[in-house]
Design a protein around this ligand. Structure first.
Ligand SMILES: Nc1ncnc2c1ncn2[C@@H]1O[C@H](COP(=O)(O)OP(=O)(O)OP(=O)(O)O)[C@@H](O)[C@H]1O
Ligand SMILES: [Mg+2]
Length: 264
């Protein structure tokens, strides 16, 4: 009898990836897999290279060297991301918040969500408006989000920073991600909304087998949501492990959690 193996989750594999700015190396990753667990935290002090690493994965900045590959899971082949532009990477299912430039003044909240859904399903945007049947399919999911999150006026524009942030997250969810990179998704959101965002992310990761990687300085989010944590400092991932182990680790306390850094 052949051995049963659990299907691999959607994951990215980063190998020998280096990025420098003005001659200074800010990210240097020898070998890193993101996505082996449903929800992973990526933490570390300011300037550790967390955002840069996410941008390297999306190829919104060019790597000095190294490669990034993606597998959608369940026996899917590995695809090299480092040769593709960001929109092609998103099309494959690797999606990051703050990635797509949003014209918050030109698109209403509802239109912005609809556009994300149509993009994910390969509909040409003008068809959504001309043929109501086309968007009926996405309407339910959008209505669900709008019920969950009280936008001031969903048929108007996102105004507050919180609404823009939330809209960005919902748009990413509508893009049919396989691996979702969230860069400080709850920063600046009121506590009640933050909890709903966390619940929604947990539900998506569990029910739809989406791999989620979260960068956050609000460590309550990390400790309560993550199945696994990567600790990054000075451009490299120094430690990886269960949240309680990372939380107590002397290196993490010294470089990040201790006095003068964020609170525990
Ligand atoms: N476009 C850029 N040009 C020059 N230096 C940059 C650029 N982007 C990032 N850096 C530098 O690279 C280093 C890593 O920055 P990065 O934004 O990735 O850190 P981070 O871990 O996301 O920090 P934070 O927690 O504050 O968001 C920092 O020293 C930063 O100043
Ligand atoms: Mg950052």
């Amino acid at each position: 009898m052949s051995e049963m193996t659990a299907p691999a989750r959607p994951r990215v594999h980063i190998e020998h990836a280096v990025k420098s700015f003005d001659g200074r190396v800010v990210v240097d990753i020898a070998d890193l897999i993101l996505g082996a667990y449903p929800i992973e935290g990526l933490i570390g002090p300011n300037g550790a290279g967390k955002t840069t690493l996410m941008r390297m994965i999306m190829h919104s900045i060019k790597l000095d060297r190294g490669k990034v590959t993606f597998s959608a899971g369940e026996g899917s082949p590995e695809v090299a991301l480092s040769s593709k532009p960001p929109h092609a990477i998103a099309r494959l299912g690797v999606v990051k918040t703050n990635q797509v430039i949003q014209d918050f003044e030109a698109l209403t909240i509802w239109d912005s969500l609809l556009l994300a859904a149509s993009w994910a399903s390969d509909e040409r945007p003008h068809r959504i408006y001309r043929e109501p049947g086309v968007w009926a399919d996405y309407g339910d999911e959008i209505e669900e989000y709008l019920d969950l999150f009280p936008f001031d006026n969903p048929y108007g524009f996102a105004k507050s920073a919180g609404e823009k942030k939330l809209l960005d997250i919902l748009r990413c969810l509508l893009l049919s991600p396989r691996l979702l990179l969230l860069d400080e998704p709850t920063a600046g959101l009121p506590a009640g909304i933050r909890d709903r965002v966390m619940d929604l992310i947990r539900r998506k990761a569990t029910e739809e087998n989406i791999s989620v990687v979260i960068v956050e300085h609000d460590l309550n989010v990390i400790w309560s949501l993550s199945d696994y944590v990567h600790f990054m400092a000075e451009g490299s991932v120094l430690l990886q492990g269960d949240p309680p182990w990372i939380r107590e680790h002397a290196t993490v306390v010294e470089k990040y959690l201790g006095e003068g850094h964020v609170g525990r």
